[in-house]
Design a protein around this ligand. Structure first.
Ligand code: SAH
Ligand code: SF4
Length: 446
């Protein structure tokens, strides 16, 4: 989500004479696009801002802008603590970063963090030059072309999971207009993009909070998936993230029916304990989650499932944690992102008394991650000896890497005349914990 927001700001600023660069110490403008989902992410921003204070003493003309969730959450407090910041810009204001920077210079408005309940995601289409399409064809010479892109379909969240800061930092849930989404996908695909990932905090509730079609007819995420999938030339489609409580049968069936939808699904469960799930306000039980897993596997055998887990949520007992381990054994996720619970300002969980000791959280995290790693390795070994469709991401004489439909990274040592962006058939010859190794089988696209 932040990656796509960064692209939007870069594109918006290109109209104001800025060119995106990689070297922070030479830049005229540094933007920190921040995340505050856990305390650690926020601390990183503060220490980088401390470093930039010294840089700015040497180069006072350099401008510093803080965007994203920390900016939204801290607003004026950030500027009070760090007066060397030129602009603090909230999550709903990024499309306007160019004019807001100019305004900060003229009238000194350095904090813009308005969050509106009636916000509409602006019509903002990627400005890809026709050159991008040419470059796509000679990808080896221009490896910077990305064949896989994110498209935002929603902003904000109305779910109020008790640990989560997103509803406060990103505001109310808003779905983007269908026509804008389809237009954006068309532009990207015409420019050579082969894979699109639709983005939102809870894509399953797309179209619920506001009308997304011109004639205001009912339209949901399954409808959108089908419409995007039929954009001519789109080889691969993915989406993230989904809250299991809103996962409908129609959406699960998309894995069976939508041919270019990749056989991969990130379905965050957070905990295997019903008591903790209730306290998290997730609105499903472990049994309901498992039922959906079973259905998904029925509709798309071989689907690769990944999840998010929080350990040490307030009040989590050894038994609750054991329930999470049991769920891991039952589902045998292909992979997962697991986190120690972190108190976030303003959330309901931060007010709960029974905090879990930091050492216990660390132990539980280590136990979970070790078992997940073992399972991931066993899962990955299931691919050895079998064929996979792989989109090449990097490709040179000495080999490269690509990604399977199941979202596994595959390394290979011979590109056999192929270039980045090609989708090829590979035989998997080796499995590691976090990646696979393969050999390209045939030259024609699959
Ligand atoms: N909208 C997505 C999640 C976005 S946040 C969803 O509902 O699945 C990504 C992940 O960060 C969450 O799934 C959760 O596992 C983790 N997370 C969020 N808040 C957290 C907190 N306070 N402490 C620890 N992990 C947290
Ligand atoms: Fe946060 Fe829950 Fe919304 Fe995900 S669904 S963004 S975890 S509140």
């Amino acid at each position: 989500m932040n990656e796509r927001d960064s692209e939007i700001m870069a594109q918006s600023l290109s109209g104001y004479g800025y060119i995106e660069g990689m070297e922070m110490n030479e830049a005229d403008l540094v933007i920190l696009n921040t995340c505050s989902i856990r305390a650690k992410a926020e601390q990183k921003v503060l220490s980088l801002l401390g470093y930039l204070r010294k840089t700015k003493l040497k180069r006072p003309a350099m401008k510093i802008c803080v965007a994203g969730c920390v900016a939204q959450q801290e607003g004026n407090r950030l500027l009070d603590r760090m007066p060397h910041i030129d602009l603090v810009i909230g999550t709903q204001n990024i499309y306007n970063i160019g004019p807001l920077l100019l305004r900060a210079e003229t009238d000194g408005s350095r904090v813009v963090t308005e969050l509106r309940d009636d916000y509409a995601i602006p019509k903002f289409l990627p400005a890809l030059s026709p050159m991008a399409a040419d470059r796509a064809e000679s990808a080896c010479a221009a490896p910077s072309i990305q064949f896989s892109k994110f498209v935002t379909i929603m902003q904000g969240c109305n779910n109020y999971c008790t640990y989560c800061v997103v509803p406060y930092t990103r505001g109310r849930e808003i779905s983007r207009n269908v026509d804008d989404i389809i237009e954006e996908v068309n532009i990207l695909v015409k420019a050579g993009v082969k894979e699109i990932t639709l983005l939102g905090q809870n894509v399953n509730s797309y179209g619920k909070a506001n009308a997304v079609t011109a004639d205001r007819r009912p339209y949901n995420f399954s409808d959108l998936l089908r419409e995007v999938s039929s954009v001519e030339g789109l080889a691969r489609l993915r989406f993230t993230t989904s809250n299991p409580k809103d996962l409908t049968d129609a959406l699960m069936k998309s894995f069976r029916d939508v041919k270019n939808l990749c056989p991969q699904f990130h379905l965050p469960v957070q905990s295997g304990s019903d008591r903790i799930l209730k306290s998290m306000n997730r609105k499903y039980t472990a049994a309901q989650y498992l039922e959906k897993v079973e259905k998904l596997r029925e509709y798309m055998p071989g689907i690769a499932l990944t999840t998010d887990i929080i350990v040490g949520f307030p009040g989590e007992s050894d038994e609750d944690f054991q329930d999470t381990m049991n769920l891991l054994e039952e589902v045998r996720f292909h992979g997962s992102f697991s986190f120690k619970y972190s108190d976030r300002p303003g959330t309901q969980a931060s007010k709960l008394a029974e905090k879990v000791d930091e050492r216990v959280k660390m132990e539980r995290l280590a136990v979970f991650q070790q078992r997940q790693d073992e399972i991931s390795l066993l899962r990955n070994r299931e691919y050895v000896g079998h064929g996979q469709s792989v989109m090449l991401e990097e490709c040179s004489e000495s080999g490269g890497k690509g990604r399977t439909g199941t979202n596994h990274i595959v390394h290979f040592s011979e590109c056999r005349g192929h270039v980045a962006g090609d989708i090829v058939r590979m035989k998997i010859v080796h499995a590691g914990q976090h990646s696979l190794r393969g050999e390209i089988e045939k030259t024609d696209e699959v």
